[in-house]
Every structure is written in C-alpha cells, then in structure tokens.
Design a protein around this ligand. Structure first.
Ligand code: 13P
Ligand code: SF4
Length: 313
C-alpha cells in the first residue's frame, strides 16, 4: 500500500471501529497529521479521560498508553508498537522505588507522568511538565516531598519554588544530550533568536532559556511571542507542529552533544517515539493489537494520583 492508501485505510478503520487516534508532539509528522488530537502528555491524559470512543490508539510511548488504560479501563487501548518505551520511565524501577518510598515515611510522593503504572501505584500525585509547578505550589510550604524520576525537572521545580524536594536520580537520554555549548554556538549565529527549553534538560541548559516548559507551553510561546526565530532544545518532533502553526517563523533544532566514545544513536530524536509509523498504526487498527493491559489492582491504586493531578490541573 502506498502512503495515500494507508491514510485512507486508517481513516476507514477508525470510523468503522469508533476509534480515536491520539498522538504526542514527538511522533513523526505523518502520524501527527492523521491523529484526531495531538498534544503534550497532560493534554493527552485529559483527552483520553473525556473520550467516548470504543478504541483509543495512543501514538506515543508505553506509559502514555498505560495512563489511557488506567483512566479508561473499559476501553480497548492500542499502541502501534509495544516496544515504544521511555528511558526516563526505565530509570525508575517500581520495586526499587517502592522500597525508597517505604524508607521515607511522612513524605508526599510526586511522580512525573513518565513512569510505569507500577510506579504510579506508589505515588500520591502524578504531575506532568505542564502542571508540575502549579501542583507543587498548591502543597503547604513545609510539606516533605519525594519527586521522581527526573532529577532535571525536579531540580528545576526546586529552583523555581524554593522547595527542597528529595529527588530520584533519573533522566531522559534525549534531553540529557543538549549542551550549553551547542546552544551558545547557535545563539552566536542567530543573536535575535529566543531559546526554548524543556525542563528535562540539565540545569545549565535550562539557565540559557527564554522560556522553559512542556511541549505545549513551548509551542504556545513560539506561536504567540513577537520573536520570529527560535532555538529549540527538546525532541525535534515538536518542530512539525511549531512550523504548522507559525509557518513564517524559523525554528532551529539544537543538535545533540556527541560525546567521545558514545555508541549508537546520539540524537535529538526519541527513538521510542519514532517507532510509531503509519504502517504500524494501520496494522494496529486492523488487528486491534498490540493492546495495553494493566493489572486491575494497579489500575485501582494508580488511578487515584492521576485523578488528583487532573483535579489540580
Ligand atoms: P511533555 O509532557 O512536555 O509532552 O513531555 C513528555 C515527554 O516525554 C518529554 O520527554
Ligand atoms: Fe521518554 Fe525522553 Fe522519549 Fe520523552 S523523549 S518519551 S522522556 S525517552
């Protein structure tokens, strides 16, 4: 099947099965173009919670599919490729995290949405990069907080709010690659450009930003700000929607730092997100597999911190 036929078949299957296609901004342009809704991880969770479709196809990564399933256990939740994981979620194994939480009684546990359902089981409130500051600020100043798994997002929140949250030592392999050197080099070449940074980047990179925020926050800023040129330090998939919403502006992706001895892919693309292709999306709608399954006991417990997040957002 060529691309045009694939797109037509996906649309036909979607309406035949009363399915909705949700996609994250980091997926390839073809997937974003065919999706019913494209958003950051907060908006995707909100959309899933309100969906009246029978089938949800989550084009993103595995934890996003799990979040959908937890919010809509009665629906069929499909993902184009079960191997689409997340290095940040992987940096926080549930057993180790459960032990860590047990060793710190009296702490409120905040987990970034980029975690497995089993980690959310040990969590009091889930946050995303889009609502983390608001949720932390809603808690009493003297509340003792554990924040997991992203040390970079955690230290950004600590710096902005003046808190001293206890941080889990995890990180995203894509966002950790961005360096101050690469940004300063681009800044020298484009002195009028503003710098957009996702808070999963390291602290020195965040300090160079004109705007720090979730993918949706960076997109809104890029579209609404009077500046015409932006240096973008996050996964480069977001450039597709930035360019679509602001066709006359210039968006410059920050190239990753290639460290000496680095093996394999060292890129500003999330290899997991890129596993979502039109071919796999078509096959997944046609065969209704791979499907996301989450243990009922985990759903029951993990839904509480996600619902709390949605209430506080
Ligand atoms: P957002 O919540 O900003 O969409 O980010 C999700 C993610 O995976 C970032 O790496
Ligand atoms: Fe996970 Fe990083 Fe990919 Fe986001 S960009 S899904 S945090 S590996």
């Amino acid at each position: 099947m060529d691309k045009k036929e694939l797109i037509e078949e996906i649309k036909r299957l979607k309406s035949e099965k009363n399915a909705v296609i949700l996609a994250h901004y980091y997926t390839i342009g073809d997937i974003q173009d065919i999706a019913d809704f494209v958003g950051d991880s907060l908006a995707l969770a909100q959309k899933a919670a309100k969906s009246d479709a029978d089938v949800i196809v989550m084009c993103g990564v595995h934890f996003m599919g799990e979040t959908c399933k937890i919010l809509c256990p009665q629906k069929k939740v499909l993902v184009p490729d079960l191997e689409a994981g997340c290095s940040l979620a992987d940096s926080c194994p549930a057993d180790d995290f459960g032990k860590f939480v047990g060793e710190h009684p009296g702490y409120t546990v905040l987990s970034y949405v980029n975690t497995t359902a089993a980690v959310k089981y040990h969590t009091d409130i889930v946050v995303t990069s889009g609502n983390a500051l608001k949720i932390v600020n809603s808690l009493p100043k003297d509340e003792k907080i554990i924040f997991a798994p992203d040390r970079n997002l955690g230290s950004y929140i600590n710096a902005v709010t003046g808190r001293d949250m206890l941080l889990w030592d995890g990180a995203c392999h894509v966002h950790e690659q961005f360096s101050t050197e690469a940004i300063l080099k681009l800044k020298a070449e484009h002195p009028d450009a503003k710098v957009l940074v996702h808070p999963e980047c390291k602290r020195p990179v965040v300090l160079l930003a004109d705007k720090v925020g979730s993918t949706a926050v960076l997109l809104k800023f890029a579209v609404e700000d009077s500046c015409n040129e932006f240096i973008v330090a996050t996964e480069s998939g977001i450039l597709h929607e930035m360019q679509r919403q602001a066709p006359d502006k210039t968006f410059i992706p920050v190239p990753p730092e290639i460290t000496e001895g680095s093996v394999g892919c060292s890129c500003n693309e999330c290899a997991y997100m890129r596993l979502n292709t039109l071919e796999k999306l078509y096959a997944c709608l046609r065969d209704e597999t791979p499907e996301i399954h989450v243990d009922e006991n985990i759903i029951e417990r993990a839904k509480l911190p996600i619902d709390r997040m949605l209430e506080l957002s």
